[in-house]
Design a protein around this ligand. Structure first.
Ligand code: CA
Length: 230
């Protein structure tokens, strides 16, 4: 398959200044089929994180320069990516600070790589890591937040992606507009107009003819339906 080359595993950002551990992590994560990117400074981790997509972050607390906890807070302000903290200290206080900073899990050094890998898998699973959805010419990858149309990547905003995923996860089913609003926007006070605008943007990206959509159909007075056909 032509796509095979792109189908590497989840991208994992590893922020660890101990070279031996970093190398061991790189090797072990690759063996699992994941795609680690290792850096030793928090500053580098942040700039990398801002410019590309990662599925999970492994973050050492004790780093030279910007501390792991600070990096954790900043990443969390940008994204809900799973974060696993590593630390040499097992103080209760550190654990609390770590979790307060938005980390999802915590490992105290020295730890077993097998356990770390199990925890990575658990985090990826919890974040709904699942296989790709193929709907006609559209291919949606929930773990990488990517959408391809006839193999060409489309650029979708986070909300557009969530909306498409929700629709495409229920092919043929009429989804109520209010249900979509609360699912995608949560408790924010958003009116149906916002949903209509996002549907329009989505159609402009995925449909051949946005004014005559074949994937996302409007069901008047109710909501929208995703047609599973090409
Ligand atoms: Ca360290």
């Amino acid at each position: 398959m032509r796509e095979q080359a792109r189908m590497t595993g989840e991208r994992i950002l590893v922020v660890e200044d101990e070279e031996n551990l970093s190398r061991a992590l790189d090797y072990n994560l690759r063996q699992e089929g994941w795609e680690p990117v290792c850096v030793s400074l928090g500053e580098d981790a942040l700039s990398l994180f801002k410019e590309s997509h990662f599925d999970l972050v492994i973050l050492d607390i004790m780093l030279p320069g910007l501390s792991g906890l600070e990096v954790c807070k900043r990443i969390r302000s940008l994204s809900d990516v799973p974060i696993i903290l590593l630390t040499a200290r097992s103080l209760e206080e550190d654990k609390v600070h770590g979790l307060d900073s938005g980390a999802d899990d915590y490992m105290t050094k020295p730890f077993s790589l097998a356990e770390l890998k199990a925890r990575i898998r658990a985090q990826l699973r919890r974040r709904g890591y699942k296989g790709k959805l193929v709907r006609g010419e559209i291919e949606i990858d929930p773990s990488r937040l990517t959408v391809l149309k006839k193999g060409t990547p489309l650029s979708l905003s986070r909300k557009e992606f969530q909306l498409l995923l929700e629709l495409a996860s229920h092919p043929g089913e009429v989804l109520n507009a209010n249900r979509l609003l609360s699912k995608i926007w949560g408790d924010s006070i958003i009116d149906e107009k916002t949903l209509q605008v996002h549907i329009r943007w989505l159609r402009e990206k995925i449909e051949d003819d946005p004014s005559n959509p074949k994937y996302i159909k409007t069901v008047r007075g109710v909501g929208y339906k995703f047609e599973d056909q090409a």
